[in-house]
Design a protein around this ligand. Structure first.
Ligand code: ACO
Length: 381
């Protein structure tokens, strides 16, 4: 086996898998799912159609086909018996909502008694993937309601994925404008190359572990502030500097202190993140007091970051207007990263299935830089 001479920071540019699920073209500012522009899918299709595309490889061919998939996944939205009560206990003990959700995913996966990928054929693996994908929003909503002692609600088969989540959360008829905004966001975030959480899912899948393990590990990776954890921090930033008289001075001061602006920069895009334009448009349809402020801060931050790093584009990324959008439709701040997982889990699960077809364990190398081993000093006997 060849040993790397030096580590590649962040594994940037290291190809670790072949995939036919999707691709991100960072220089062009374009990404797609199985050959279909993801931004066009978000504008023209329902979440379940794109779910079908990502998991099965094709969009529904006609209304019958569409209804068939809808029927299949909407029938999977019921928590296993006894789980709702267990979620209540977990939520009561977890310091942060993301901790509660991570543990809740683990409880649900355990209750489903999923088989290791290594012991499952294609049909069984796909069934597990659909079950988990269908349950993620149910778990997030149930965990949120459990925080205030409210009972989990039952899913409504007549509602699409985004609408049903809003129903499960609030127990009121979902507003169609909010449903459309959420649906677009969820479609846009289903997949995005081998980002940290998707790579994590593939590593876990390569061990032959069950899909529940892939989901829990990927969610843990998503919650970090460099990844999906930036969502809440975007709103914290708006709160922090929103009332300042001079936004430019406030942002400059942050950059002078070496702080990173949440919602700006991307590991792959060297031009505008294509999700920003769609979500800026979605956010403007929702309106709200935050929108004007978010636009102002974005213009100033984009300019200051370009001044500081002319060689390295650091424009607003998906999380920036996503945070504003999700807040405008009433998603509580501690829940933002968990809502991100409702879309992204479909990508994690598709990648896990793809990885499971390859029996090779993903096993990277490290370069040892510690002190020399002192074998002679081992005591024997
Ligand atoms: N604000 C200020 N400076 C930044 C930012 C930022 N948001 N992002 C990168 N930089 C600077 C770095 O400090 C670094 O400067 P240096 O060369 O002087 O040390 C330079 O740009 C390059 O930074 P890297 O760490 O090499 O960039 P990388 O591509 O690895 O990081 C990341 C990408 C993690 C997204 C980064 O831009 C960041 O931390 N952004 C803020 C957090 C965020 O928005 N995360 C969500 C990303 S989208 C998603 O995961 C769904």
């Amino acid at each position: 086996m060849t040993q790397p001479d030096v580590p590649v920071p962040g594994l940037n540019g290291v190809v670790v898998a072949d995939t036919s699920i999707g691709d991100v073209r960072g220089v062009e500012g374009f990404f797609h799912y199985r050959g279909h522009s993801a931004t066009e899918l978000a504008e023209r299709y329902a979440f379940e159609d794109v779910w079908r595309l990502v998991i099965d490889g094709a969009l529904p061919t006609d209304d019958n086909d569409r209804r068939g998939f809808q029927h299949e996944v909407r029938g999977l939205r019921e928590l296993p018996p006894g789980v709702a009560a267990a979620l209540g206990e977990v939520v009561g003990q977890a310091p942060r909502f993301t901790d509660a959700v991570r543990s809740s995913f683990s409880i649900v996966a355990g209750a489903l008694d999923l088989a290791p990928l290594a012991d499952r054929g294609f049909t069984g693996r796909r069934a597990d993937a659909l079950r988990l994908g269908a349950l993620v929003p149910v778990v997030v909503a149930a965990a949120w309601r459990a925080r205030s002692g409210a009972l989990a609600l039952s899913a409504r088969p007549g509602l699409g994925h985004a609408a049903d989540f809003l129903w499960l959360l609030g127990g009121t008829e979902p507003d169609p404008v909010a449903v459309q905004a959420l649906e677009r966001y969820l479609i846009l975030t289903i997949d995005h190359g081998l980002n940290a959480s998707t790579f994590t899912a593939r590593v876990v899948a390569s061990t032959g572990c069950d899909l529940g393990g892939c989901l829990v590990a990927a969610f843990a990776a998503l919650t970090g502030p460099s990844h999906g954890g930036a969502l809440g921090q975007v709103l914290d930033l708006l709160d922090e500097i929103g009332d300042d008289d001079d936004l430019e001075t406030s942002i400059r001061a942050k950059l002078d202190r070496g702080e990173r602006l949440p919602g700006f920069g991307h590991a792959v895009y060297r031009t505008a993140d294509p999700r920003t334009a769609v979500l800026a448009d979605v956010a403007s349809r929702l309106g709200g007091a935050r929108l004007e402020l978010a636009r102002e801060i974005r213009v100033v931050a984009d300019r200051l970051l370009a001044e500081r790093k002319p060689e390295r584009p650091l424009q607003s990324n998906v999380d920036y207007f996503a945070a504003v959008t999700l807040e405008a439709i009433g998603i509580p701040r501690p829940m933002l990263t968990a809502v991100f997982a409702i879309g992204r889990c479909i990508g994690w699960l598709a990648h896990s299935l793809e990885q499971a077809d390859d029996t090779k364990l993903i096993r990277r190398s490290s370069r040892y830089v510690g002190r020399d081993p002192v074998m002679a000093s081992y005591a024997v006997g």
